[in-house]
Design a protein around this ligand. Structure first.
Ligand code: MIC
Ligand code: SF4
Length: 758
């Protein structure tokens, strides 16, 4: 039986009335995304139609998921909300804090020792507040959610950008910062700007070397890392129906890389099969009874141009395997062009390591198809040229693939199986020799390939591909190898070709596991103690941020003008810093250390205007803070791309940054800044970015008139005494301005909680 089946049935009970009402109000057929949005309004039955890309709307998500690295901050905030229990089903998953070094058993044991304090904190706080807890080793949040909690037509939020993976089961699943999760866990509405809609029409059928991953690699190439911002991507067509549910999950998962709010697919037989294979026949039966509400209306898919803001056509029969990278997930190269591109750009052709798995690509189908290639190594007398690693997404997947002999097959090509955790995908890879910072190439089936992301080496060029392609490339050891056309020379000196990968969508003998790793919460957690040691370097109770003093912010100094790509990895690096995710002051020592200073092109080296000396960004921020001087951060396009980690907003808040002024924001980061009481601003005139100089001082002149849809004015005083007055835009609504005024959104919740409990 599925978890929370009564909640799921309730969602389906309300579906028909709410969707039919929405169709009346909107006055036309509906996409699946609209059906899910309108059936999850905070107000219940819809009473008005919303304008996409414009109206802020209150929603009531069905559930919340958190992973260990973000749950710490989310739950430290939730402690202030004054609630006895979470208001909707919630889970915590321990996956990000496990370093990959030797093998699964050794690494898991070490992680449990090293992060014992954090795991204990998460386990006890989950127990106290009625939260389901998935222990270290159980698997990566998104795979565990897909296997246990995702359901067609549902809406969930999660404190991780790849929460969107659950779109593979026809959900609208959205990545958020911890403060948003606190809203929902506290029983409040969750606010989102009503998204725009991008339709992706999949015709034809995947075959041979092409995999679901190639669909999203192609889409990333088309949309770029910011092309999906503010939009839901809805996939449909014959090609979508013919694809496995887990393949759909892969596509939705990596949709985070185009900035999309989320991605989804209409309910179909592949989802029915997956639900039954994962012991949820009850969900499949309930979904089948309301089937027509769990996909877009026929008219929509017949004439998508009339219903979506943008439509992309992809013919799967013609789609080539792709590799995206290096350093950005949208630089898409079809495999047939890779050698040429690599030579042109001087990318090292020799592949050092191929890594498969992760939250987005470790399904039974992925692993079985990759294993079919690994098997050919011995059969065709080949030798695997690169190192090879596998990161299973969950214990259920790991146990099942071991039982079915795939781990043995990978063993024979010298593979290392890492723990069921994020590991190398998030800089938790203690890669031998990485400290030498040698220029080298790796290929992986993960999502992100930003600088330093996998092994901390800025000179590692990482390319993202399907697990099948990664396996073939690891065997060949050559980035330019095209398995569709190229031959390899075997040990007997013969030319051989790899046969196309084959596999099974689902395990013929079913999924299994001895211990999936779940811990149910206490029915009554009121007596459970949550202990945070005051001397801990890993955990720190939160002190509220100070409210706005009602005055214009004046005399603010430029902390850094970031040049080019500035992702959340650049703002708050992961890897070794993950250990401080529960301790705001300690983690603040990584603030913006990866951002490139536009004035000297160096990282972590900015001018302290008080002394004239150059120093690290956190140290410089601390110096201004100690002197009582506010600071401003300036950035380029899509600032805060990537992760949901609200540390990227809380750290500047903690170190005295008042405003972040950029050309454009990634969605989650912009909301995180607002929630933490910061000013998230964009240049009204993008070219004004060029006006900002190293010794600049900033004065707001009309902050007292801060209001929705009203620009703010900023004086930029240069050190030669000249001044530019520029206009800046913002997207704050009335309620969000309230967060700024109160010092943070949490301050408002805490005040309401205190009042209710008084
Ligand atoms: C990621 O893939 O970047 C992460 C690590 O999972 C992040 C979450 C985090 O930083 O803890 C994400 O995707 O939100
Ligand atoms: Fe973990 Fe990587 Fe997935 Fe993020 S993308 S949840 S780090 S496996």
């Amino acid at each position: 039986m599925a978890f929370d089946i009564e909640m799921i049935k309730k969602v389906y009970e309300n579906m028909a009335e709410r969707v039919d009402k929405a169709r009346d109000l909107v006055g036309r057929p509906l996409t699946l995304s609209e059906k899910i949005l309108y059936s999850h309004l905070w107000e219940g039955t819809p009473s008005q139609a919303f304008t996409r890309g414009k109206d802020y709307v209150d929603f009531a998500p069905d559930r919340v998921a958190c992973q260990d690295a973000t749950a710490q901050m989310a739950l430290l905030q939730f402690m202030h909300a004054g609630k006895a229990k979470v208001a909707v089903p919630t889970t915590v998953h321990c996956d990000h804090l496990i370093q990959a070094k030797v093998d699964a058993r050794t690494d898991l044991k070490r992680a449990k020792e090293q992060s014992n304090e954090v795991f204990d904190f998460l386990s006890s706080i989950s127990n106290k507040y009625g939260i389901g807890f998935w222990k270290p080793g159980a698997g990566i949040i998104h795979q565990v959610v897909l296997e246990n909690y995702a359901f067609p037509g549902g809406m969930m939020i999660g404190t991780d950008s790849h929460t969107v993976n659950a779109g593979g089961l026809g959900m609208l699943a959205i990545g958020v910062g911890g403060a948003d999760a606190v809203d929902v866990m506290s029983g409040m509405a969750w606010e989102l700007k009503f998204p725009k809609l991008i339709g992706v029409h999949l015709t034809g059928k995947l075959s041979g070397w092409t995999a679901p991953k190639d669909v999203i690699l192609k889409v990333a190439g088309i949309l770029t890392v910011k092309g999906g911002t503010g939009a839901v991507i809805e996939y449909f067509g014959e090609g979508a129906k013919a694809m496995s549910c887990t393949g759909k999950g892969t596509i939705c998962n990596m949709g985070a890389e185009v900035g999309a709010t989320t991605s989804t697919f209409g309910y179909d037989d592949s989802m029915d099969r997956y639900l039954r294979a994962t012991n949820r026949a009850d969900v499949a039966d309930a979904a089948n009874a309301v089937k027509q509400y769990l996909t877009g209306d026929d008219e929509v898919y017949a004439n998508p141009e009339q219903y979506f803001d943008q439509v992309i056509e992809i013919n799967l029969s013609e789609l080539e395997p792709h590799l995206n990278g290096p350093f950005t997930p949208d630089l898409a190269t079809p495999i047939s062009k890779m050698r040429e591109e690599a030579e042109k750009n001087d990318w090292p052709l020799q592949i050092q390591v191929g890594l498969i798995g992760s939250c987005t690509n470790s399904s039974y189908e992925d692993i079985s198809r990759s294993a079919s290639l690994a098997k050919q190594v011995a059969e065709k007398k080949l030798k695997t040229k690169a190192q090879f690693t596998i990161t299973p997404g969950s214990e259920v997947v790991r146990y099942t693939i071991e039982r079915d002999g795939f781990i043995d097959t990978f063993d024979k090509i010298g593979a290392t199986v890492f723990a069921n955790a994020c590991g190398p995908c998030i800089g938790m890879w203690d890669r031998e020799g990485a400290e030498k910072e040698e220029r080298n190439t790796i290929v992986h089936s993960f999502n992100r390939n930003f600088s330093k992301r996998a092994d901390g080496n800025p000179n590692t060029l990482a390319f993202v591909g399907s697990p099948e392609l990664v396996t073939a490339l690891a065997i060949a050891g050559d980035l330019g190898f095209n398995p569709i056309t190229d031959k390899l020379i075997n040990e007997d000196g013969e030319e051989v070709m790899l046969d196309e990968p084959t596999g099974n969508e689902l395990p013929p003998k079913g999924f299994d596991a001895e211990d999936p790793g779940y811990q149910a919460p206490a029915a009554d957690g009121s007596s459970v103690q949550v202990v945070v040691s005051p001397t801990s370097e890993r955990l720190e109770l939160l002190a509220p941020f100070t409210p706005w003093n009602g005055e214009n912010i004046v005399g603010a100094k430029l902390l850094i003008k970031a040049f080019g790509k500035c992702t959340t990895d650049h703002i708050s690096m992961a890897g070794p810093w993950l250990r401080f995710r529960g301790h705001l002051d300690n983690i603040s020592n990584n603030m913006l250390i990866g951002a490139v200073n536009a004035f000297n092109q160096k990282t972590n080296n900015v001018k302290n205007q008080l002394t004239g000396a150059y120093d690290a960004v956190p140290a410089t921020a601390r110096a201004y803070k100690a002197a009582g001087i506010p600071t401003i951060v300036v950035g380029d396009h899509n600032y805060g791309e990537g992760s949901s980690r609200e540390h990227a907003a809380m750290e500047p808040r903690h170190l005295g940054v008042k405003a972040v002024l950029v050309k454009s924001f990634a969605r989650i980061h912009e909301t995180n800044l607002k929630k933490q009481g910061m000013l998230a601003l964009t240049f009204a005139n993008e070219a004004d970015y060029d006006l900002i100089q190293e010794n600049d001082t900033f004065n707001f002149t009309d902050l007292k008139e801060f209001a929705p849809n009203r620009q703010l004015t900023l004086e930029v005083i240069h050190d030669n005494g000249t001044k530019d007055t520029i206009l800046v835009n913002h997207s704050y609504n009335e309620g969000q301005i309230g967060w700024f005024v109160a010092g943070s959104a949490l301050n408002l919740i805490a005040a309401a909680g205190a009042k209710a409990n008084a």
